[in-house]
Write a protein that binds this ligand. Structure first.
Ligand code: CR6
Length: 810
């Protein structure tokens, strides 16, 4: 956009506010100021939004559509201002009007339309696609209610509805004229038309209107505005009479009402299947409608369109695209199949068996009869074609339909041209273990794309102190080319700079400490080590190991009150899926330990525990810049990638980690001196499984510290956890400790002792922190997305690329 002066902004702002509310702007609430500012900012990008979309169409630019059941964009105001290059003007203008941008920004709801890493990754990707000048759009669901709001009552997690749309959404544009019909249920018969062609005749279907709400995805300083299209379910116009009962009307509303609160866990309910088909079908239909305006030969579809599916939740795009090409556009099966495979690509985000989607045949057949026919036919042809090449045994291990169920990962692999994992180790596990059979059939489909994060949100916006330090020391080019952060390395011995880095961290810690005091009434010392574990609560992520460390430390201080260790604040942020009993027990345990330790005067503030309620994107923005230690302690082989590891590193936290997910790549970049690695490696875990030689009870019996700590769970030392303590104890001792916590305990404690020591040497610590920031550039999602574009989607940046070079896959 053209430059706007502070004066002009102020004038436009006041005018906009008073037009909207009909009273003086200085009487407004932060919510109203946010709305007024949002409405004004719209004017600044609307033209670019239109011209971006027009230009793609005019030039017939190949476009990618990123289908994801989840997006976690966070508050968009500051990010939009940053990318439009008007953040300083707006900030100053508001200040002169007596307003504070941060406060105004709090007036925006944080849309929690995702669970965790997968949803946030989708949003980092949206930002990077626009910012690297790529033609790409998101396709998802406009949930009326986002991920539940978490409350702790008596230390237990309670879930409350997240009505994020209560005050509307200034960024979205409802596009009724772009609505499509999505068909569910009924019966389908294959009939023959006058020319003798087969066509499906539907009876008694329920037709639902899918209405798109488009949200702008603004590129960084490049004039590009792409689209995030979120679909909402409605009763079709004029068909209200077909939905006569309350129940029938509710059924429609429900489709886009709530986000399933499961993270890396399969939720196999009928409503979830409806959601998946709803946004997959609506998205594919709108893409096809666009393609038809280009008036091109169908065989050119893969040259104009790429469809990417974020995990298997949108895997029904495979049969849906087949359905449209065959039933509606009258292509032959073989033509349609070639086009479908060439158009679609798929990312796998987990190897956890419990997260693999499988739908009962009955359910699919009932809800989507024609789609089920097509899947069955894909499966039949797959078997027919592969048996002569690979034999029966291997082929039958790769079928889509098995034991009365439809396996969505198999459908996604067979129906696409690319499948990628999200970190090197994860991709290797897919290739060598989980999906090895498919790898034998399609070695060329497999590739790795290590996840990334956008430094725009995770450094520039959330850590202004670090940002201006970086600007002063290495110039501003890192903002469009994060690899330039490596220039910082040359300053590693500059003690003045190291002190400044420490001062920035301290300011961020004070900011968070204030939040903790105001919201939770807990006093924490900003000079303590802030030790952070923020992620969904899952047994494999081992928050419990963190707790065992705390209990061990607690016991040591009790035993030896004069112990010389730095103060620690253990910070947790984590939601548990409402039905995940064990995860909720661990939440209760953490809160109970916090009560015990925080109120024990013997501890003299050597330990404080802060478990923030309702962790999400906005809290992450506050916590990450304040972190000294980043806990990435999953059992090796279980965390596909992780992305908070990258955000924390970029903000100068030191990583305390097992060799898992993308943390291994962090280790490769920063080097072993600048990271704390402990615990079993993936191969060690594999050996234990193969030999069935793990025996946690032996460890418990033979290790005095472990015994002491575990006994605390059951001997009444921690008030209020009678049942939880017993169950958790049993999981570790009686049921053989599925995630090898006891095996990793000693080396974890050792690594923390080393961290205590290092922290006391301020210069050493700051140097390590600096090297973490310096090496975080390669984890920019801009590079990740350029690799997707180049190697999978075959699309090129449209604008003069802002990024001069990017690291090739290593
Ligand atoms: N839970 C992985 O577990 C990864 C993200 C994004 C996850 C996590 O390690 O960083 O995806 N997987 O790739 C799924 O959601 C299935 C996640 O967020």
């Amino acid at each position: 956009m053209e430059n706007i002066s502070i004066q002009q902004f102020k004038k436009e702002y006041v005018k906009k506010f008073e037009q909207l509310y009909a009273y003086r702007y200085d009487e407004g609430s932060s919510r109203e100021h946010f709305v007024a500012l949002g409405e004004l900012v719209r004017n600044y990008y609307m033209n670019n939004w239109k011209s971006t979309i027009d230009e793609y169409k005019e030039k017939e630019t190949k476009q990618v559509f990123y289908f994801s059941m989840e997006f976690l964009p966070g508050r968009m105001l500051k990010s939009n201002l940053l990318n439009l290059d008007i953040l300083p003007v707006v900030e100053e203008g508001l200040r002169e009007l007596g307003l504070d941008l941060d406060e105004v920004s709090m007036g925006e709801a944080d849309p929690a339309l995702g669970n965790g890493g997968l949803g946030r990754l989708a949003s980092c990707f949206m930002d990077s696609i626009a910012s690297t000048g790529l033609a790409g759009h998101g396709n998802g669901i406009r949930y009326q209610y986002g991920l539940f709001k978490q409350k702790f009552i008596d230390g237990y997690q309670v879930e409350l509805p997240e009505n994020w749309l209560r005050n509307g959404n200034v960024w979205e544009v409802r596009k009724e004229n772009k609505a499509v019909i999505v068909r569910f249920g009924g019966q389908v018969y294959m009939d023959t038309d006058e020319e003798g062609n087969l066509y499906p005749r539907y009876e008694n279907t329920k037709n639902i209107l899918a209405v798109p709400y488009d949200v702008p995805q603004i590129g960084y300083h490049n004039g590009i505005v792409n689209n995030l299209r979120l679909w909402s379910a409605e009763i079709p116009y004029g068909e209200e009479y077909l939905f006569r009962t309350e129940e029938e009307r509710d059924e429609v509303k429900q489709i886009t009402e709530v986000l399933y609160p499961d993270d890396s866990n399969y939720e196999g309910r009928l409503l979830r299947l409806r959601q998946e088909y709803f946004f997959s079908s609506a998205g594919v239909q709108s893409i096809i409608r666009y393609f038809k305006t280009l008036d091109e030969d169908w065989s050119l579809l893969p040259d104009k369109i790429a469809i990417h599916i974020n995990d298997t939740h949108p895997a029904l795009v495979v049969p849906e695209l087949m359905r449209i090409l065959i039933d509606e556009e009258e292509l032959t099966w073989d033509q349609a199949w070639e086009i479908t495979k060439k158009t679609i690509s798929y990312t796998n985000h987990t190897i956890l068996q419990e997260a693999m989607e499988r739908w009962p045949i009955d359910m699919l057949e009932h809800l989507l009869p024609r789609i089920y026919h097509i899947i069955a036919e894909i499966n039949r042809r797959h078997i027919e074609k592969k048996i002569p090449l690979y034999g029966e045994e291997l082929t039958y291990r790769t079928t889509i339909i098995e034991d009365g169920q439809v396996k969505m990962a198999n459908l996604a692999i067979i129906g696409s041209h690319s499948i990628n994992g999200v970190a090197k180790l994860h991709t290797n596990i897919l290739i060598n273990e989980t999906l090895h059979d498919f790898y034998l059939m399609y070695p060329n489909k497999f590739n790795n794309k290590t996840n990334g994060i956008t430094q725009r949100r995770w450094v520039q916006l959330s850590n202004p102190g670090l940002t201006s330090l970086l600007d002063d020391v290495i110039g501003t080019d890192w903002k469009s080319n994060p690899e330039e952060l490596i220039l910082l390395k040359a300053h590693v011995d500059n003690s003045e700079l190291l002190n400044r880095l420490e001062a920035v961290k301290l300011e961020n810690k004070k900011r968070f400490a204030k939040y903790v005091k105001d919201e939770m009434g807990i006093e924490i010392d900003p000079n303590a080590i802030f030790d952070v574990q923020i992620k969904r609560l899952h047994a494999y992520k081992r928050q419990l190991l963190n707790v065992l460390h705390i209990l061990d430390r607690y016991s040591q201080i009790k035993e030896n009150p004069d112990i010389d260790i730095p103060k620690r604040v253990f910070i947790f942020g984590a939601k548990a899926a409402p039905s995940y009993h064990y995860a909720k027990q661990i939440i209760k345990l953490i809160n109970a330990v916090a009560d015990l330790v925080n109120n024990d005067t013997d501890i003299k503030d050597l330990i404080k525990i802060v478990f923030v309620e309702n962790y999400g994107v906005s809290l992450a923005e506050l916590i990450i810049p304040a972190a000294d230690i980043s806990e990435q302690i999953s059992l090796a082989g279980k965390e596909a990638s992780g992305t908070s590891n990258m955000k924390l590193m970029a903000n100068g936290a030191l990583t305390m980690a097992t060799m898992d997910g993308a943390t291994i790549e962090i280790y490769d970049y920063v080097g072993k001196e600048n990271i704390y690695i402990f615990g079993l490696k993936n191969n060690d875990v594999k050996k234990y499984h193969q030999n069935q030689s793990y025996n946690s009870r032996n460890i418990y019996e033979g290790n005095a510290s472990i015994k002491r700590v575990l006994n605390m769970l059951v001997d009444g030392s921690i008030p209020g956890i009678y049942h939880e303590g017993q169950d958790i104890f049993n999981s570790l001792v009686k049921f053989n400790d599925e995630y090898f916590l006891l095996k990793d305990f000693d080396s974890y404690i050792q690594a923390h002792k080393q961290a205590d020591k290092d922290y006391q040497d301020r210069e050493k610590w700051n140097r390590m922190a600096l090297l973490n920031v310096a090496n975080s550039g390669p984890f920019s999602s801009d590079y990740t997305i350029l690799r997707y574009a180049d190697e999978i989607w075959k699309i090129e940046p449209q604008v003069e690329n802002l990024i001069s070079s990017y690291t090739p896959v290593k």
